[in-house]
Design a protein around this ligand. Structure first.
Ligand SMILES: [Zn+2]
Ligand SMILES: [Zn+2]
Length: 135
């Protein structure tokens, strides 16, 4: 497997040479706030199969807790991956930055106890090819 990814501005590019495991939609408040969305879709990649192919100098990191960091593009603020000093074999990528189609699929919605009160996964909202009606 070879998958490619990049941040929104394109300065940071990554390559994954392996599988993406344990893909989840995480609704925890940390993922909501750091992504600005209702949930973050994250997956586990082996650190030695994850390569920053360009723009490493533009990657910043933030950690509220020592040893746990969210790595992002300092130019465009896109989340790229997170790392945990207690799990040095792996990184947890943010799947939204992928440019490649992948064969793996999400396995669960997690931390549903922390989800936003306006979120309803069963709402059956209309699906629009582009903008919502009336825009
Ligand atoms: Zn960027
Ligand atoms: Zn989370």
């Amino acid at each position: 497997m070879t998958y490619l990814g990049s941040c929104y501005c394109g300065q940071v590019t990554v390559k994954i040479s392996g599988t993406i495991d344990s893909i989840i939609h995480c609704h925890c408040s940390k993922c909501r706030k750091s992504s600005g969305t209702t949930y973050a879709t994250n997956g586990v990649v082996k650190r030695d199969e994850f390569e920053i192919t360009s723009g490493a100098e533009h990657i910043g990191k933030f950690g509220k807790v020592e040893g746990k960091y969210r790595h992002f593009c300092k130019l465009c603020a896109s989340p790229i991956y997170s790392s945990n000093i207690d799990d040095q074999q792996n990184v947890r990528i943010r799947l939204g930055m992928l440019d490649s189609d992948i064969i793996e699929r999400p396995m669960a919605h997690t931390f549903m106890t922390s989800k936003a009160n306006w979120e309803d996964l069963d709402a059956g909202l209309q699906r629009c090819d582009r903008y919502e009606p009336g825009r």
